[in-house]
Design a protein around this ligand. Structure first.
Ligand code: UDP
Length: 311
């Protein structure tokens, strides 16, 4: 039986990956220190092929027996989380990547790194192809995440070149869906939480900055295909449907059927002005394209958050 270790497996994306790999028949080891992940995300999993280990992957990792795949998804991933936990964020991207790569070497496992569109920083090239090197403020407050992930990519490529490790790198653009934390500060839970509570939606800056949003099931499919491909260089996964944050606030009001006022707040430092992936590579190599429309994905997410609010 194939064994897949998922770090950050009790997090938003990690928990969806655990379910997907179990459904593919893998034995899944979910590792998480629960600083941003939650047992509630995996509590419903009853599969005997599933194991949870509470562990901080910046410390030495011991796993008994064979491991075929390691997916390194552990990290705080929302701007308020990595501002609140700058040093754990730097450590999990650097030391955690080193430890998990070392484990992959020891187990002769395939390794997949969760990287991010944040490696492009506040991009000067639009849309962003994988060949773009980025525009990151190293010493700014977001630098702790951006630089840790850039280091993680460099480390992954070094293990591939020096140790011949079988590696993959996915650059994840804004992703949303059930199991995001209502209080994680990212725009999707923030806006949906506000409309559900009938409180003002806080748009940062003038709301003209752009993002495109990918539903989590589409991301998981892209990651699954990437792991099973032979592509060793980074691949963007996201959607190309770009919109301003102000328009996004209005869309959430419309879909939730409630329109509390929109208030403006200061734009956070180094908040990227625009972001959209160039998906040419994902299409060509993975034969992948997002399937879930923004409206359908948001309706599912609104329903999930309504359930959370009620419970
Ligand atoms: N944003 C906002 N209001 C919020 C949260 C976020 O206007 O309550 C904006 C934020 O400034 C950014 C965009 O929404 O321009 C996406 O923010 P998020 O934190 O989701 O992730 P990012 O794409 O910046 O990593």
């Amino acid at each position: 039986m194939t064994t897949t270790l998922i770090t950050g497996g009790a997090g938003f994306i990690g928990s969806h990956l655990c379910e997907r790999f179990l459904a593919e028949g893998h034995r899944v080891i979910c590792m998480d220190n629960l600083i941003t992940g939650s047992i509630a995300n995996i509590d419903h999993i009853r599969d005997p092929k599933f194991t949870f280990i509470q562990h901080d992957v910046t410390e030495y990792i011991y796993v008994k027996g064979e491991v075929d795949n390691i997916l390194h998804f552990a990290s705080p991933a929302s701007p308020i989380d990595y501002l609140r936990m700058p040093i754990p964020t730097l450590k999990v991207g650097s030391l955690g990547t080193h430890k998990t790569l070392g484990l992959a070497c020891a187990k002769k496992a395939r390794y997949l790194l969760a990287s991010t569109s944040e490696v492009y920083g506040d991009p000067l090239v639009h849309p962003q192809p994988e060949t773009y090197w980025g525009n990151v403020n190293i010493i700014g407050p977001r630098g702790v995440y951006d630089e840790a992930k850039r280091f993680a990519e460099a480390m992954t490529m070094a293990y591939r070149r020096f140790h011949g490790l079988d590696t993959r790198i996915v650059r994840i653009f804004n992703t949303y869906g059930p199991r995001m934390r209502l209080d994680d500060g990212r725009v999707v839970p923030s806006f949906i939480g506000s409309v559900i509570r009938n409180e003002p939606l806080t748009v940062f800056g003038d709301g003209s900055q752009t993002r495109s949003f990918c539903f989590v099931s589409d991301l998981v499919e892209g990651i699954f295909r990437l792991l099973n491909s032979k592509e060793m260089e980074p691949v963007n996964i996201g959607t190309e449907y770009e919109m301003t944050i102000l328009d996004f606030a209005k869309l959430i009001q419309k879909l939730a059927g409630n329109s509390p006022p929109i208030v403006m707040k200061d734009l956070p430092i180094d908040d990227p002005k625009s972001r959209r992936p160039d998906l040419t590579k994902a299409r060509q190599i993975l034969k992948w394209d997002p399937q879930v429309s923004l409206e359908n994905g948001l309706l599912k997410t609104i329903e999930y958050f309504r359930g959370q609010q009620a419970s």
